[in-house]
Design a binder for this molecule. Structure first.
Ligand code: PLP
Length: 388
């Protein structure tokens, strides 16, 4: 069976009523037949039937043994970090998601966990940082916001030979486009807030493990710490997953058109999109992804921030907001928004220039999106000429 059909088929019909939509089990507890004898559910922090359907779906999509749903992407990351002990070390990709950086550095460092941030565009770079204390290799691909690509297979084999847990944040690609567990990862995490939900209407996270044993450990940590996903948000995610395949390919198709369009403008310096043949990670992305995702970024000549700000102001279809992966197109200026807390020099050295604009390309007609961009760029040109 094709994946789309098998995922839709895996959404159960309610055995009690025949309801086609999974019921939202809004309950905290479950009546027991006798002490300790129940129908598989006792207390809703531990297990909830609605949540369980989403967890099974995400596990199936990633090709993993177990899925565990969390209150946010950062709560999912937090649960993985709790597999570690004081004294352990992490090697993490250098342009890691800002929230993960904050958690690793400002929450876990004080518990005695050390993190090395490493450029993994050459996978062998990590070997210099591996010590007997290194337990976890943490990467994202594509990265945010410059869409750098990491070679999952090569990193996976290095991780395996040094006995490291290999965790991939698969938020940007989604399991439709990239399946890290099949390329050597032990754990995948998601901010389900993004493509899995797909409609900018919830905050959620997920962990998927390759083995049952790792899944049981994460499940134990979740039950002990408590950052579960609500039944309603679980239901929204089940609904989101019903259209995930359709949405993600459309996002990618639109993003490629927008990237090609931007690439022709003389006002723009660099366009970062792994689907463009001149992108540094294009070949590797093509080998490990089915399409190149819905996010891209670009900056202006002379890193002109005023131009970037004016451009954002003139856009109509792209709404100015953080986040990504929703049906509606969004735009943001990372230097002033998502990446504002990173010191400027560090930010510039990882390619996040002052004028860098990130687009989350939505599901509108591509022609309308390029027209919106063209109109905004035209206004900039008129202004530039007037100023001369
Ligand atoms: C948004 C995001 C997160 C954090 O997820 P939340 O749901 O906001 O907690 C983690 N990783 C990546 C790549 C993200 O884009």
């Amino acid at each position: 069976m094709k994946e789309t059909s098998s995922i839709l088929h895996a959404i159960p019909v309610d055995p009690l009523t025949g309801a086609v939509s999974v019921p939202i089990y809004q309950t905290s507890t479950f009546v027991q037949d006798a002490p300790g004898v129940n129908k598989g559910f006792d207390y809703a922090r531990t297990n909830n039937p609605t949540r369980q359907v989403f967890e099974n779906l995400i596990a199936q999509l990633e090709g993993g043994a177990k899925g565990i749903a969390f209150a946010s992407g950062l709560a999912a990351i937090d649960a993985v970090l709790k597999l570690l002990e004081a004294g352990d070390e992490i090697i993490a990709i250098d342009d890691i998601y800002g929230g993960a950086f904050r958690q690793f550095t400002h929450v876990y460092q004080k518990f005695g966990i050390k993190v090395h941030y490493v450029d993994v565009s050459i996978p062998e770079n990590i070997i210099d940082y591996i010590t007997p204390k290194t337990k976890l290799l943490w990467i994202e691909t594509p990265t945010n916001p410059t869409l750098k690509i990491a070679d999952l297979k090569t990193l996976g084999s290095i991780a395996q030979s040094f006995n490291l847990l290999f965790c991939v944040d698969n938020t940007f690609a989604s399991p439709v486009l990239q399946k890290p567990l099949s390329l050597g990862a032990d754990i995948v995490i998601h901010s389900a807030t993004k493509y899995l939900g797909g409609h900018s209407d919830l905050i959620a996270g997920a962990v998927v493990t390759k083995t049952d044993e790792l899944g049981d450990k994460i499940k134990f940590i979740q039950n002990a710490s408590g950052a579960i996903l609500s039944p309603f948000d679980s239901w929204l995610l089940i609904r989101g997953i019903e259209t995930l395949h359709l949405r993600v390919f459309k996002h990618a198709e639109n993003a490629l058109k927008v990237a090609q369009f931007l690439n022709q403008s003389e006002l723009i310096r660099n366009v970062y999109y792994p689907g463009l043949p001149n992108h540094l990670g294009h070949q590797i992305a093509a080998s490990q992804m089915l399409a190149f995702g819905g996010v891209l970024s670009f900056d202006f000549h002379d890193d002109d921030k005023e131009l970037a700000l004016a451009f954002l102001k003139h856009l109509k279809l792209f709404k100015l907001a953080e986040s990504l992966g929703g049906a509606k197109s969004l735009c943001c200026l990372p230097s002033e928004m998502t990446h504002k807390s990173i010191p400027r020099e560090k930010r510039l050295s990882s390619g996040v220039s002052d004028s860098l604009v990130r687009l989350s390309v939505g599901l509108e007609d591509a022609a309308d999106l390029t027209e919106d961009i063209q109109r905004a760029l035209n206004k900039l040109k008129i202004n530039t000429i007037q100023h001369d």
